[in-house]
Write a protein that binds this ligand. Structure first.
Ligand SMILES: CC(C)(COP(=O)(O)OP(=O)(O)OC[C@H]1O[C@@H](n2cnc3c(N)ncnc32)[C@H](O)[C@@H]1OP(=O)(O)O)[C@@H](O)C(=O)NCCC(=O)NCCS
Length: 176
C-alpha cells in the first residue's frame, strides 16, 4: 500500500457517479444501514447539497497506483448519543479491490487526514453481522465500545451495530 494516498472527492458529477456505482454494489448495500438501491436523480442532489462546507473534512478517494480504489466519507455523528466531539467515518472499497488490505490502509490514511480538524476521535458504526468490516476496524486500532441500535430512517426497523472509536491526538493549531 506504499503508493496509496488520499484525494478529495470533488463536488462534480463524474466523481459522484463513481461513488454511486460502488454504493449500489450488492455487498456494499448488505453492509450498509440503508440497503436499498439509489438512483442518480435523487443521489446527485443529496451529494451536491450535502457536500461539506469549507473547513470541514471532505469525502476522499483512496488512490492506489493512480486509480481510485476506495471511498471515505466523514459525517457529524447522529444526535442523541453524546458523540458530538467525534466524526463518523464510512468506508467503501471498490468491489474489484476488496480483500487486498486496502480497507485497513484506507483507515490509516483517514486517521492522518482527520487530525487537522480537531475532533476528539473517529466513530464507526458497523453492522454487527458485518464480520469483514469489524475485522478491518479492529486491525486499524479501533476499540469496540458496545452495541447500539441504529434506525436508518423513520419507519425502518432498527439494526444492531457495534460502536467503534479511534481517539485522535489533536494537532496544535487545529480548528476546534
Ligand atoms: C469492509 C471493507 C471496507 C473491508 O475492506 P477490504 O479492503 O476488503 O479489507 P482488507 O483487505 O483490508 O481486510 C480484510 C480482512 O478481513 C478478513 N476477512 C475476510 N473475510 C472475512 C470474514 N468472512 N470474516 C471475518 N474476517 C474476514 C480478511 O482475512 C482480512 O483480515 P486479515 O488481513 O487479518 O486476513 C470492504 O470489504 C467493503 O468496502 N465492503 C463493502 C462496504 C462495507 O461493508 N463497508 C463497511 C460499512 S461499516
Amino acid at each position: 500500500m506504499a503508493d496509496c494516498h488520499l484525494k478529495d472527492v470533488r463536488c462534480r458529477e463524474d466523481d459522484a457517479r463513481l461513488v454511486l456505482q460502488w454504493r449500489n454494489d450488492p455487498v456494499t448495500r448488505e453492509g450498509s444501514f440503508h440497503t436499498g438501491e439509489r438512483h442518480w436523480a435523487d443521489f446527485w442532489p443529496d451529494f451536491r447539497d450535502g457536500y461539506p462546507p469549507a473547513g470541514a473534512a471532505r469525502p476522499q478517494f483512496v488512490m492506489c497506483a493512480g486509480r481510485p480504489v476506495a471511498f471515505l466519507r466523514f459525517d457529524p455523528p447522529r444526535t442523541g448519543h453524546g458523540d458530538d466531539d467525534l466524526v463518523e467515518i464510512s468506508i467503501n472499497v471498490a468491489p474489484d479491490h476488496r480483500s487486498r488490505g486496502i480497507g485497513v490502509a484506507a483507515l490509516h490514511l483517514a486517521e492522518g487526514y482527520l487530525h487537522r480538524f480537531g475532533h476528539a476521535g473517529i466513530l464507526a458504526l458497523v453492522k454487527a453481522d458485518n464480520a469483514i468490516s469489524r475485522r478491518v476496524f479492529e486491525k486499524a486500532g479501533y476499540q469496540a465500545t458496545g452495541e447500539i441500535s441504529v434506525t436508518p430512517s423513520e419507519g425502518m426497523p432498527p439494526t444492531v451495530a457495534i460502536r467503534y472509536i479511534r481517539p485522535l491526538k489533536r494537532e496544535s493549531g487545529t480548528m476546534a
